[in-house]
Write a protein that binds this ligand. Structure first.
Ligand SMILES: C[S@@+](CC[C@H](N)C(=O)[O-])C[C@H]1O[C@@H](n2cnc3c(N)ncnc32)[C@H](O)[C@@H]1O
Length: 299
């Protein structure tokens, strides 16, 4: 059996009892190590907690065939651990499909994910639209397909969860060109960088999906002992020091409920200005009033 096990957000003990029981009986244990990190634990601490060796599975191992992970999983129990929930990242359905093609039985053991725990900022999960990922821009590569999704969400009044890029084990391109593999130190996008990139793309696309004064909430290290929220406009948060990773951002939708607003006010430096910006933003994106079709027009 290949067990795909969610670890939850931060601590070794966040694994579920069913997940832990499965890990304990596995012959090999892999920890997926490129879409997220377990903030309150190291690989060694996990090994002590499980009383098992844990092998780090980088992007190359998982995405180029997963052969090592699947080897003998039709005869032995193997665990593939994912920080958060197994399906909180888009990549792991591929592993399940490959197992199905080879008749390897798969069992998924779920856990909390940033995709649901983000509700801790006070915004209702039911009012969220499409989630987007913000990648690190380079001088020549500034992907902005996410902009259309923010626009769609904002047009129908929904909040947008923005997941921020992390680069845990990226090869240095110059060394690679010289035939040597050298890895860059890990990099984690900050809230300020994400907001600066949002502003940069609004400048070029100019469809007014949002403005510098659009209200947001920054979610840092959720579920850890250093969890922190900060409400402010995109412009304000582009100057915010969000500290250690991990971070996510929520761009507010137009339909902010009064209880959502009350919750967010706990996290702002200036309540009056935040309320003013929320109200102005709601007006700005108000849709045209719905007009019933004129029956005569149909004839
Ligand atoms: C590709 S997602 C993987 C999500 C993970 N599998 C899950 O279900 O939570 C990784 C991104 O989610 C966000 N994220 C994950 N855990 C977080 C946390 N505890 N606090 C804030 N953001 C988090 C960060 O933006 C991070 O770069």
């Amino acid at each position: 059996m290949l067990y795909l096990i969610g670890l939850g957000l931060a601590y070794p003990e966040d694994i579920t009892v069913r997940g832990l029981n499965a890990v304990k009986k596995c012959s090999r244990v892999y920890l997926e190590h490129y879409t997220s990190i377990l903030m309150n634990s190291t690989q060694e601490e996990l090994e002590t907690f499980y009383e098992k060796k844990v092998t780090l599975a980088d992007r190359e191992m998982v995405e180029s065939g997963c052969e090592e992970i699947m080897a003998d999983a039709d005869k032995l129990d193997v665990a593939f651990l994912v920080v958060g929930d197994v399906f909180g990242a888009t990549t792991h359905t591929d592993l399940v499909l490959r197992c199905k093609q080879r008749n390897i039985p798969v069992e998924v053991i779920h856990n909390a994910s940033i995709m649901n725990a983000a509700g801790a900022c006070g915004l209702q999960l039911y009012n969220f639209g499409q989630t987007i990922s913000m990648v690190f821009f380079t001088d020549s590569w500034k992907p902005d397909s996410w902009y259309d999704k923010v626009l769609e969400n904002r047009k129908i009044g929904l909040h947008t969860l923005v997941l921020l890029d992390i680069k845990v084990k990226e090869p240095n391109l110059e060394s690679m060109a010289r035939g040597r593999i050298v890895y860059e130190p890990p990099r984690y996008m900050s809230i300020a960088q994400c907001c600066k990139q949002l502003l940069e793309v609004e400048e070029t696309r100019s469809l007014e999906a949002y403005t510098p004064n659009t209200p947001c909430v920054a979610i840092s290290r959720l579920g850890s002992n250093k969890q922190k929220f900060k409400s402010g406009t995109i412009k304000e948060l582009s100057e915010y020091d969000s500290g250690e990773p991990l971070h996510s951002l929520v761009i507010l939708g137009r339909q902010v409920h009064e209880l959502e607003l009350e919750y967010l006010l706990e996290f702002t430096d200036n309540k009056e200005s935040f309320i003013k910006n929320v109200k102005a933003d709601q007006e700005y994106f108000k849709p045209a009033p719905w007009v019933p079709p004129n029956q005569d027009d149909d004839c």
